[in-house]
Design a protein around this ligand. Sequence first.
Ligand code: F0G
Length: 351
Amino acid sequence: THQWRGIIEEYRDRLPVSDTTPVVTLREGGTPLVPAQVLSERTGCEVHLKVEGANPTGSFKDRGMTMAISKAKEEGAQAVICASTGNTSASAAAYGVRAGMVSAVLVPQGKIALGKMGQALVHGAKILQVDGNFDDCLTLARALSDNYPVALVNSVNPVRIEGQKTAAFEIVDMLGDAPDIHVLPVGNAGNITAYWKGYKEYAAAGVSSRTPRMWGFQASGSAPIVRGEVVKDPSTIATAIRIGNPASWQLALAARDESGGRIDEVTDREILRAYRLLASQEGVFVEPASAASVAGLLKAAEQGKVDPGQKIVCTVTGNGLKDPDWAVAGAPQPVTVPVDAATAAQRLGLV
Ligand code: F0G
């Protein structure tokens, strides 16, 4: 009887909703903050993982989507549209069903993980694969929402940021104060913007005594903010953050500079190493893009840029089941055995 009610009901007084806003929810948020033993040992710090893959559609996007779809419904919209590297489209598709709305999604052709495509399909979204990258999809989505009766639910919609800031509230609520450092993967840069807003609001309200330094990590082949210029043809195995011209670029820089933080890059190799470490040593299965935060923390620690004794939270943004190809790739094939205990015991190394 004491189920978590979803981020709108849990944080209603800090969100732009009224008594008449129809709340479209799948009870998102309330995700685990998991102590990371191996990462703590490696860094000499107290590291926690905010496991956003535990959200209803398997990513942090649900926090923003409950807000975006609720507000769109309040305003009488009958259809929503988004550009997506996959997770936003999965979330928009699911919340669209709850709201009785049509969801249209624009995805870069051939560049979204199978699990995410499956979600959009099974929830009945109208999917267009665009012959271009995510940045092209967003340009197209904006043009459609400007000229046709369809509401844009990308993170350029400010209510998305409002919903996503609740993850910072939850962390402070659980830890009793803000951490020293908060680490995130960065793609379109909406989430780092949202966390920073949440941390600032809680500090201003006196709920926390301080704000953390915000550390964001882009994939090396898709690191426009680090390079200081648009990347025309972004590449990375972390398809969720394969973005060359982030919409919230300036806001990400503000989060970095106001918090005394940093935005750096990690290679695909470093991402995959962190991905495997999370799964095999922390028991947390994330999608590759999500591992960019942890890869960035490990890289910074190896460079001597992490003072010991700090409290650090890494957001891991999406569930590993979204993109299982990387879990299977390079792993040994399981052996086949007959229905015979002696053989099975031998193959398992029990004898
Ligand atoms: N991690 C995952 C799993 C994502 O899906 C995204 C963004 C990010 C990190 C980066 O967050 O864009 O706020 O900086 N995915 C978007 C999408 C672009 O379409 O699903 P950001």
